[in-house]
Design a protein around this ligand. Structure first.
Ligand SMILES: Cc1ncc(COP(=O)(O)O)c(C=O)c1O
Length: 359
């Protein structure tokens, strides 16, 4: 039976997600465990909690496949048409929808070598070829990516800010990159962390929607604090979204997630609080790391890539024993770095306390 799976699935290395809190509690017999491993928000919106309570009475029904109310809300928020949006079970699912909708069997995908791993994994699951381009000073090298474009290139994935480095490409770099791209190439800007960005030169990719072949990915998993509900969306011209809608599985976004996302959009106070606490805590972590003489990559997102003297998996395991879950960077090939999500003040203090002991 072991040979029944498709060849590329037999050789596939699956996405390794951050270790769940309950798993660590079970395995190590710990009572208190903090997770700073999956770039989640430390806060939950009260409006979202209330929306969940209200939507429970409808869980015997299938959800509205079109995400009608959420679609209306988002189109109002961005001044776009309802047809400009496609919803997914997390933006993860939309990566799959994009590849299935647009990339023919003999066409190629380009992304960076050290970036969100799902682009490569999902491409491989779909038996599509991926070209990965090295980062330059931990940043997407858009000039090098442009040079790799051939007649076979169909989709380019750009995580901005990038995960796991936290670096971003700026408005000027994006403008230059999009100038003169071949007409058959689609550029996907994955902006999962955009709400955390505090840089004035961060690009406004929405201005390219009706000028270039651009798809923007956004998620409710990060600043909105809804990672457990699984909902994200793509924004693009209707001539692109109408085909994505044919590929998207029916009822892919559950009714609780839809109601919660609509509530989350109304809770602007929660978004600004989550952003504010993250920016203040980023400064706390930078200062603490500076005092310890530890190097890190300045981040535009809600996580920091930190240099470690030992192997990444060793540090991950050692921190686990103290009930602190960070992300080892082995799967990204960054064996001397760990990635730490910015948590609540007490969680960040605990991280520094434990990290100090292990130096
Ligand atoms: C760059 C990037 N894109 C997408 C995602 C997935 O987000 P979602 O929870 O919406 O599937 C992540 C999650 O960590 C991410 O880092």
């Amino acid at each position: 039976m072991k040979n029944l799976a498709r060849r590329n699935i037999r050789n596939l290395v699956a996405y390794k997600s951050g270790k769940p809190i309950n798993e660590v509690k079970r395995e190590l017999g710990l009572k208190r465990v903090i997770k700073l491993a999956s770039n989640e928000s430390p806060l939950i919106s009260f409006r979202v909690k209330n929306a969940i309570k209200r939507s429970i009475s409808e869980i015997n029904r299938y959800p509205e496949g079109s995400c009608f109310y959420l679609r209306q809300k988002l189109s109002k928020k961005f001044g776009l048409k309802p047809g400009n949006f496609v919803f997914g079970n997390g933006s993860d699912e939309l990566i799959d929808v994009i590849i299935k909708t647009f990339v023919e069997q003999d066409e190629e995908i380009i992304t960076s070598k050290i970036s969100f791993l799902e682009y490569e994994i999902v491409a491989k699951i779909n038996a599509r070829r991926v070209i990965t381009v090295p980062l330059k000073s931990f940043k997407y090298d858009l000039k090098a990516i442009k040079q790799k474009i051939t007649a076979k290139t169909k989709v380019i994935f750009i995580a901005n800010p990038n995960n796991p480095t936290g670096t971003y490409v700026n408005a000027g770099e994006v403008r230059e990159f999009l100038t003169g791209l071949p007409a058959n190439v689609i550029v996907v800007f994955d902006e999962a962390y955009n709400e955390f960005v505090d840089a004035p030169d961060f690009p406004d990719t929405f201005c390219y929607l009706n000028k270039k072949n651009v798809i923007i990915l956004r998620t409710f998993s990060k600043v909105y604090g809804m990672a457990g509900l699984r909902i994200g969306y793509a924004v693009a011209e209707e001539c692109l979204t109408k085909f994505m809608e044919r590929v998207r599985p029916p009822f892919n976004v559950n009714s609780i997630a839809q109601a919660s996302a609509a509530a989350a959009l109304s809770d602007t106070g929660h978004v600004s609080a989550a952003r504010k606490i993250t920016l203040a805590q980023k400064k706390y972590l930078y200062d603490a790391l500076d005092r310890l003489g530890v190097a890190y990559i300045p981040s535009a997102a809600n996580f920091i890539l930190i240099k470690v003297a030992k192997n990444t998996v060793t540090v991950f395991r050692e921190m686990l024993r103290y009930g602190v879950i960070v992300r080892d960077m082995e799967q990204y090939g960054l064996n001397n770095y760990i990635r730490v999500t910015i948590g609540k003040p007490g969680e960040n203090r605990k991280f520094i306390e434990v990290f100090k002991k292990l130096l």
